[in-house]
Design a protein around this ligand. Structure first.
Ligand SMILES: [Zn+2]
Length: 313
């Protein structure tokens, strides 16, 4: 049973933002009571329950789920398309390997149709080796950037063991996830010596909604993306490089014009992420900010017309 659908979210607005409370666990008794209340009141509290019990696959709902997994100081986004196809972008740091496997189990994922490692930094690809070891994988994309770290070597070993052939992540690469979900990379536009700027930047479009997932791309890459003429507009922006001041320039922000900004950042990180400069800039542009460190996992759902966001805390 799909509780989200059952609870119903009637609305005619082209984009609707619904802030949901939390994913916290509910006792079985309370669960039934709330379902009853939701059904009687027509409110959409059911989506909380849905998320809490998300082992159930959601293919029958025409919803694109974009889940910004809480992996502490690092990044990982899991996308589940209405077709059932899945895309994982990054997988947190090395110490989040088990966490990632737990997430995949929680969301009922046994196969990842596409995997993108945005760039070789440990806080993005650290958990990817174990994900590849433990999951059926379709295609894997990495930018043409190498690293001599153990983390990167371990990823390459897992790829090799699985017999996968790495596809190059770069501007212009695209694929679709069925039923109208399109994925297009808008960066890296060029080759950079700096690993962050080599980040694959991924634009996902479904109906009237777009998501721009930026890895750790910095101002140089942002500039080149803008110069490339790519359509960067997006409703939801993964704020670049965990909110570091190296990214999210005003010009880029104006080109993307997001309504919502997601910051994947860990509590008390040593980098000072996100920086007050970037937070201020987002605020000034009217971007509503969500953060993993304070809100836990953040899920943005789109049915192509309506957008909803819910957070773990
Ligand atoms: Zn990073």
């Amino acid at each position: 049973m799909n509780l989200l659908k059952k609870a119903g979210r009637p609305n005619q607005m082209p984009v609707r933002f619904e802030r949901k409370g939390s994913l916290r666990r509910l006792a079985a008794k309370g669960f039934l009571l709330i379902v009853l209340i939701a059904a009687l009141s027509g409110c959409s509290i059911g989506s909380e329950l849905l998320n809490d019990h998300s082992v159930e696959p959601l293919q029958k709902e025409a919803t694109l789920r974009v889940i910004f997994l809480d992996v502490g100081q690092g990044a990982s986004q899991l996308l589940i398309a209405p077709s059932g196809q899945t895309l994982l972008i990054d997988a947190g740091n090395n110490d989040k390997e088990q966490t990632m496997l737990d997430y995949l189990r929680k969301y009922g994922i046994t196969r990842l149709d596409k995997v993108i490692g945005t760039h070789p930094d440990a806080d993005h690809i650290g958990g990817l080796d174990k994900v590849i070891d433990g999951t059926a994988i379709g295609d894997i994309y990495l930018p043409k950037a190498s690293s001599n770290t153990k983390t990167f070597e371990s990823l390459l070993k897992s790829i090799q063991r699985k017999g996968l052939k790495v596809k190059t992540a770069k501007a212009g690469v695209q694929f679709d996830m069925g039923e109208g979900v399109r994925v297009k990379m808008v960066a890296p536009v060029k080759s950079y010596s700096d690993s962050n700027n080599m980040s694959a930047v991924v634009k996902v479009t479904y109906g009237s909604h777009s998501f721009l997932l930026t890895g750790d791309a910095e101002s140089q890459s942002e500039k080149d993306m803008m110069a490339s003429g790519a359509d960067l507009r997006a409703d939801v922006l993964l704020v670049g490089h965990h909110g570091s001041k190296s990214s999210t320039t005003l010009a880029f922000l104006k080109a993307v014009e997001p309504r919502y900004g997601i910051i994947q950042v860990g509590k008390d990180n040593n980098y000072g992420h996100p920086t007050p400069t970037v937070l201020q800039r987002l605020k000034k542009q009217g971007v509503e900010v969500y953060r993993n460190d304070t809100q836990g996992t953040i899920e943005v759902d789109s049915d192509g017309r309506n957008l909803s966001i819910r957070t773990e805390r």
